[in-house]
Each structure stands twice: as C-alpha cells, then as structure tokens.
Write a protein that binds this ligand. Structure first.
Ligand code: B4P
Length: 183
C-alpha cells in the first residue's frame, strides 16, 4: 500500500513526479493545487474564496484546504493508496492529516522532500508561466514556503517518515530514484 506526501518548494517537481508515479502505480494523484485551480476556473464558492490567495502567492486558509482533502480522501478510490501533492503545507495541516488518517485507519504514509536550489525552481516556474508564475509571486511563494512549509521537513524527520531526494536532475532521473527508494 503506497501512501506518499510530496514536500519541496514551488517548482520542485512535486506535481510532475506525483502524476508520473500515480499513473505508474494506478493510485489517485491528489493535488491541492489542481483542485483549487479547477474550483477557480468553475467559479465555485471554494474557487472564489481561494482566488486572491493563489494569485498573490499566499496559502489558502487551512480550514478550506483541509475540508477539501478530507472529502477527497473519503472517496472510494483511495483504499489501495494515494499520492498527496501539495498537502500538507503547514504544521497545522500535518496535524490535521495525522488525525484524519488515524480515524480512517490509514497509516504509514511517507513524506518525500524534493530538494532543489532556489535559482533552479525560479527558472523552471518562469519558463512554465502559469498565472501565479510571475517573478514577484514566485518570490512570495518561496518566502511562504520557507516560513510555513519547510518546518515539515523536521516534522516528518522526527517521525522517521522522511525521504530526501535530489530533485535537481532530469524528471526521468528523479522518477527512477523515487521508485528505487519507495519500493
Ligand atoms: P501548487 O499547484 O502545489 O504549485 P507548485 O508548488 O508551484 O508546484 P507544482 O507541483 O505545480 O510544480 P512542479 O514543481 O511539478 O500550488 C499552487 C498554489 O495553490 C499555492 O501557491 C497556494 O496558493 C495554493 N495551495 C495549494 N496547496 C495548498 C495547501 N495545502 N494549503 C494552502 N494553499 C495551497 O513543476 C514546476 C515546473 O517545473 C513545471 O513546468 C515542470 O515541467 C518543471 N519541472 C518539474 N520537474 C523538473 C525537472 N526535474 N527538471 C526540469 N524541469 C522540471
């Protein structure tokens, strides 16, 4: 049973690797960024509430994202494993996830930290050019990552759940390293 969490700065390759591995293992890829972008496109209540935060590089409030993940993890396709991409992003969200997984009897998740230097992620995101990939917003996302998300590396390390992977290689090389470590 594979239950994986992807950590790492914006542009580290979380979405890229999570999708490849989920397809290869035939388990759901649950990306909070993708769910939020779909909600914003469809202008649902969640999307309307999230828009300003995403556009300016801030994190969407924990309660909104947590409710979204809770609902998704209760879907029937999650029984044989899942990959969470972009969640948790705060210690609060990690505590929430731990509690949620214990109530649905799903334990043993591993957290992958994709390590990539700042100048490399900035270059990748500018090249991608999504609406929130402007230089100013990327700088803010990196600041938020340092203050809110980076502490999760210690959080999962202390629980002996952390796996570190060099994300500064080609996507294929990162995938190969991940498959070797996880299997
Ligand atoms: P996300 O969608 O999670 O965006 P991201 O951190 O930029 O990573 P992403 O997965 O898209 O990029 P990837 O590294 O794969 O979040 C967007 C926003 O949503 C957040 O800023 C926040 O506002 C909100 N949000 C999401 N989750 C939240 C939460 N839990 N709590 C609160 N708010 C939340 O790829 C980037 C680029 O690099 C791509 O173009 C890719 O092709 C390229 N690339 C990937 N791997 C590469 C490699 N090895 N070599 C070269 N290029 C590579």
């Amino acid at each position: 049973m594979t239950r994986l969490i992807f950590l790492g700065p914006p542009g580290a390759g979380k979405g890229t690797q999570a999708k490849t591995l989920a397809d290869s293992w035939n388990i759901p890829h649950i990306s909070t960024g993708d769910i939020l972008r779909k909600a914003m496109k469809e202008q649902t209540l969640l999307g309307i509430k999230a828009q300003g935060y995403v556009d300016s590089g801030e994190l969407v409030p924990d309660e909104l994202v947590q409710a979204m993940v809770q609902e998704r993890l209760h879907d029937s396709d999650t029984g044989s494993g899942w990959i969470l991409d972009g969640f948790p992003r705060t210690v609060n969200q990690a505590l929430f996830l731990e509690e949620l997984l214990s109530t649905i009897s799903q334990h043993g998740e591993k957290a992958v930290n994709l390590e990539v230097p700042d100048d490399v992620v900035v270059g990748r995101l500018l090249e991608r050019g999504r609406k929130d990939d402007t230089e100013e917003v990327i700088r803010r996302r990196l600041e938020v990552y340092r203050s809110e998300t980076e502490p999760l590396i210690d959080y999962y390390h202390a629980r002996q759940r952390l796996v570190r992977v060099n994300g500064n290689q080609s996507p294929e090389e990162v995938t190969a390293e991940l498959k070797k470590i996880i299997s």
